[in-house]
Ligand binder design. Sequence first.
Ligand code: 13P
Length: 252
Amino acid sequence: MRTLIAANWKMHMTRSQAQSTARQLTEKLEGKLPENREILILPPFTSLETVAGVISGKDGFSLGAQDFYPAEEGAYTGEVAPGMLLDLGCGYALAGHSERRHVFGESDELVGEKLAYGLEKGLHMILCIGETLTERNNGVIREVLSRQLRTALDSARVRNSLGSGLSVAYEPVWAIGTGEVARPEDIREAHAMVREDLMTLLPQIGEETGILYGGSVKPDNISQILGIDNVNGVLVGGASLKPDSFSAIALG
Ligand code: 13P
């Protein structure tokens, strides 16, 4: 299975910073990536075109969006439609990143609508899920992950539109941007739960759907994380902003 190393730049970088960072990454990584490894860059909307220009024609690099609104077009001030992202060269998009859920109050239902809509439009969708610290302390991780997966994936719309590809990113909310990385046994356990649910919800692709880990991934923990069962890639925030640290992760 392909290993996806994704850089979620969140709300960072002007166009010139994005251009310089993307250029340095392509210089450091092109032709050096381990086999079956793909680099996905998720810049803010304003830098998508800039990054597209830098990575165009570069082997092993893809472009994606951090979010979108699930409609063709219309009176949705401030929002961006999947068709606009495809037009800029995006092949991927996230749905349900924890910051969308917790800072902007996105419900499981809205995340599910985005997931189905993005797949229907031909985007490879990365569904982000994860428990909060309170949920972890209350021992309800299984329920939370299963609910987030079921609400998004248990639909005929999803089952009928899997052609463009689906991945799941497990990002424990308490490990995002905190420097606190989940223990290998926690990651192993959570990814096994996700795999089991994927096999039940989408038996035709459950086994080969990539499951990414996200939360304080750094150059010094990447090889351990990628060695854990059912970890098929990573979604990197803070450490993806610096070419040196992200390229070390990409090669790790
Ligand atoms: P950090 O790598 O900064 O913890 O962020 C993880 C994340 O949210 C990636 O989507």
